[in-house]
Design a protein around this ligand. Structure first.
Ligand code: SF4
Length: 394
């Protein structure tokens, strides 16, 4: 297999790993291959200083000795296989980097021969990049479950971000997805070792990923697991990836999870990380799942009519962040501006970024509700409303 064929295969095989909040949109120009990086997998990610970088996302090998039930690269699946040698992948990445195709690397691999040997190959690739090519840019390395202490230490030393996939929130759920991954020793033990080493290096963070909807887990189980990792394992970020059945795997007949479920999990995760919601405040249905028809912050407000409307001139930061349509940035501005003078009219709120359409039924400005009582009651009836994930003011 030549380099380009390998690249297509191993870039395509890496697409199930999430490292980005948005994916590159593939563009097609006839007979124009120079600069066309989409087939090999280019995604975008944010570095700790807030820059958005394009990452070359690739597997070192799609050979795998394991048989995870959902995975397109599982040993028993009959698919074309290939591997890069560490120096080959390092030079290819540098070629792309020098041509400005990519700014950083996201590297993962199937387990070729053994976990130890594959980790050695991954680390050798990074070592070549850092020492021989003197590459000082962004590298995200996926650590394999079962990696040893010394391998994790080295991975943290050479990377800007490392991650180890949870895949499922509990041992019980993981057993439904994989017979070869040990939840206690390989996943939780690995995350604990990563945390220990990440703490000693500045500028390095770690993340994880859950497959959503393949193991009959509830949203509560996923969110509780992520909260535990944030508080006890120093996790920077949890990613949620909707399960999509892959033909030729034992889970091929399991229905795909709705994409909206992934979106709701991200919204709930944002409420926990940036809006100061406790996990037990996030509204769930009796089965422990987020509602799909309404975003979690709106669902919270609808569930607690006794807490609204809130006077914008008196509400605390914590209260402001519970009003739909007000996010951390607009809450900060409200608190700052209030020190100078009190808000007199609703117009002043739209000028500072409050999503007024969502917020008005839940607040008072100088004692007055900005929308009519009829409008308030129609909003407070359970209407499907979509909140933007990325803007300020879920
Ligand atoms: S270890 Fe499991 S999830 Fe990872 S590549 Fe192998 S089969 Fe797939």
């Amino acid at each position: 297999m030549d380099k380009l064929e390998k690249l297509k295969l191993l870039g395509e095989s890496a697409k199930f790993d999430v490292c980005a909040s948005s994916s590159a949109t593939p563009k097609r120009f006839q007979n124009a291959e120079i600069g066309r990086t989409a087939p090999s997998g280019v995604c975008h990610s944010f570095t700790p200083d807030g820059r958005c970088v394009s990452l070359f996302k690739v597997l070192l090998s799609n050979h795998c000795e394991k048989d995870c039930l959902y995975c397109p690269n599982r040993a028993a699946r009959d698919v074309p296989r290939s591997s890069f040698a560490p120096e080959e992948l390092a030079s290819l990445f540098m070629e792309f980097y020098r041509r400005n195709y990519v700014e950083g690397l996201f590297l993962s691999s199937g387990v070729r021969y053994s976990t130890g040997r594959t980790m050695q190959d991954l680390l050798e690739t990074l070592e070549i990049l850092r020492t021989h090519h003197r590459f000082g840019g962004y590298i995200h390395l996926k650590i394999l479950p079962g990696a040893g202490e010394a391998e994790i230490e080295k991975a943290v030393e050479l990377s800007n971000r490392v991650s180890l996939n949870m895949e499922a929130p509990t041992a019980f759920h993981l057993a439904r997805l994989s017979r070869s991954k040990n939840f206690a020793t390989e996943i939780m033990g690995g995350l604990s070792r990563i945390h220990r080493h990440v703490k000693t290096q500045s500028g390095v963070s770690h993340s994880t990923q859950y497959i959503v909807g393949a193991a009959q887990e509830s949203d509560r189980e996923i969110l509780d697991s992520a909260a535990r990792l944030y508080s006890s394992y120093g996790l920077k970020r949890a990613y949620f990836s909707t399960f999509q059945p892959v033909p030729g795997t034992p889970l091929e007949k399991v229905a795909a999870a709705p994409l909206l479920r992934e979106h709701r999990l991200y919204q709930a995760d944002f409420l926990y990380r940036f809006y100061g919601f406790r996990m037990d405040e996030i509204p769930l249905d009796p089965a422990g799942n987020l509602e799909l028809t309404v975003d979690p912050k709106q669902a919270y407000a609808l569930k607690h009519p006794e807490r609204f409307p809130l006077e914008i001139n008196r509400a605390t930061r914590e209260e402001l962040l519970r009003i739909p349509g007000i996010g951390p940035r607009s809450a900060k501005k409200i608190l700052l501006l209030r020190r100078e003078s009190l808000f007199q009219s609703a117009d002043e709120l739209s000028r500072i970024g409050v999503v007024t359409k969502r917020a008005f039924p839940y607040l008072l400005v100088h004692g007055r509700q900005p929308v009519s009582p009829r409008e308030v009651s129609s909003r407070l009836t359970h209407k499907p409303l979509q909140g933007s994930l990325w803007g300020d003011g879920i």
